[in-house]
Design a protein around this ligand. Structure first.
Ligand SMILES: [Zn+2]
Ligand SMILES: [Zn+2]
Length: 360
């Protein structure tokens, strides 16, 4: 990693963005959304009588680019293409973009974050679980498949979409015309998607679905595509997300992304140890618990156990106040490292549009 999250002050400043085209030698994660299902602000807070009392929702709705404005959890993983012989990468592009979750507010998040962060193409979509805040934006992918091709003159781009068996079942019943385009009505102009099943603990390359199960694209790519040596691969890690609901966390390179979790089984704990950057569910501030999500206390306990260099909270309700709680967490982290004598923890709330440089 050539720059730490703390070095990118422009990116971590609330409400500002870093154009990720500015450093073409770097891999990035870009937060598209950091809220729970309902988003922030809540309409119920803004319409409260006789006057709204929720400071966070009022701030989110009235201050331009407030970091308290949050959409459904979603992340773009932007990884630079490695080349064997220095030849131009496919289509002249230097990076590939994989989106994790496209929820109810995906379109709103994309129109804010994609232009500001210098993002354009989507090369694959990975779904963590079947809930609406992870999947209901699939229909909005039509703009990417119909209007943003890999090369000029190509037909519609087909985006591979990945999920576990339960998630693909839910997508099939909610969006039958996406899975079987012959069922489309009207103009028939629907997103061109291909669907691929994720198996627990089987690494996969989301941008190369024909290599599923292989675990690495290195050798296959050498034969197929002489200038590309490897591609992003993800390790899917099942965790509990409330009663009878599983969710996939993902490990890729030094990053663990765990957006919806209420309990981490021992095998999953083993799989996430040693990460340098942890993104973790933290629904509410304080010491309370919730049936289907981690809250602050559990997220901090996980950070203490894993001791990643950076921990980012996501999946947050309007009970979190970005600036006030980030100050509080910074003070907590300083006190914890004094008390434990261990390497300092950096724990902060992510915000929509935050760009963090990583090594993948
Ligand atoms: Zn509120
Ligand atoms: Zn969920």
């Amino acid at each position: 990693m050539t720059a730490s999250a703390r070095d990118t002050q422009d990116a971590t400043k609330p409400g500002s963005y870093l154009n990720v085209h500015q450093n073409l030698d770097q891999d990035w994660i870009v937060f598209l959304g950091t809220a729970t299902s309902e988003g922030v602000p809540r309409v119920s807070c803004l319409t409260e009588q006789p006057a709204p009392r929720c400071r966070v929702c009022v701030d989110a709705s009235t201050r331009p680019q407030s970091p308290n404005r949050r959409r459904n959890t979603s992340l773009v993983v932007r990884r630079r293409r490695r080349t064997l012989d220095g030849r131009e990468a496919l289509g002249g592009r230097t990076h590939e973009n994989v989106v994790i979750d496209v929820g109810k507010f995906f379109y709103q998040a994309a129109i804010d974050v994609f232009p500001a962060a210098g993002l354009r193409q989507i090369d694959a979509v990975v779904l963590t679980h079947e809930h609406a805040d992870a999947t209901n934006g699939l229909d909005d992918l039509r703009d990417w498949t119909l209007n943003i091709g890999r090369r000029q003159g190509d037909g519609p781009l087909c985006i591979p979409v990945w999920g576990d068996a339960a998630t693909l079942e839910r997508v099939k019943s909610a969006f039958p015309y996406l899975v079987e385009p012959s069922r489309a009505t009207g103009s028939g102009l629907v997103p061109k998607l291909s669907f691929h099943q994720i198996e627990a603990y089987e690494r996969f390359c989301p941008t190369h679905p024909h290599l599923a199960g292989n675990g690495s694209c290195v050798d296959a790519n050498r034969a197929r595509n002489a200038f590309e040596t490897d591609c992003l691969n993800l390790l899917p890690i099942p965790v509990e997300h409330g009663r009878d609901q599983s969710c996939l966390a993902f490990r890729f390179g030094e990053v663990v992304y765990m957006s919806d979790v209420s309990c981490i089984p021992p095998k999953a704990m083993d799989a996430i140890r040693g990460c340098r950057i942890l993104v973790v569910d933290a629904l509410h501030p304080g010491t309370g618990t919730h049936i289907s999500h981690f809250c602050e206390q559990q997220a901090l306990e996980l950070a203490i156990e894993l001791r990643p260099e950076y921990t980012f909270f996501t999946g947050m309700t309007h009970m979190w106040d970005h600036e006030r709680d980030n100050e509080r967490l910074a003070a907590w982290a300083a006190a914890e490292s004094r008390r434990s004598g261990a390497r300092p923890l950096h724990v902060e709330l992510a915000c929509d549009g935050l760009c963090v440089p990583v090594n993948l």
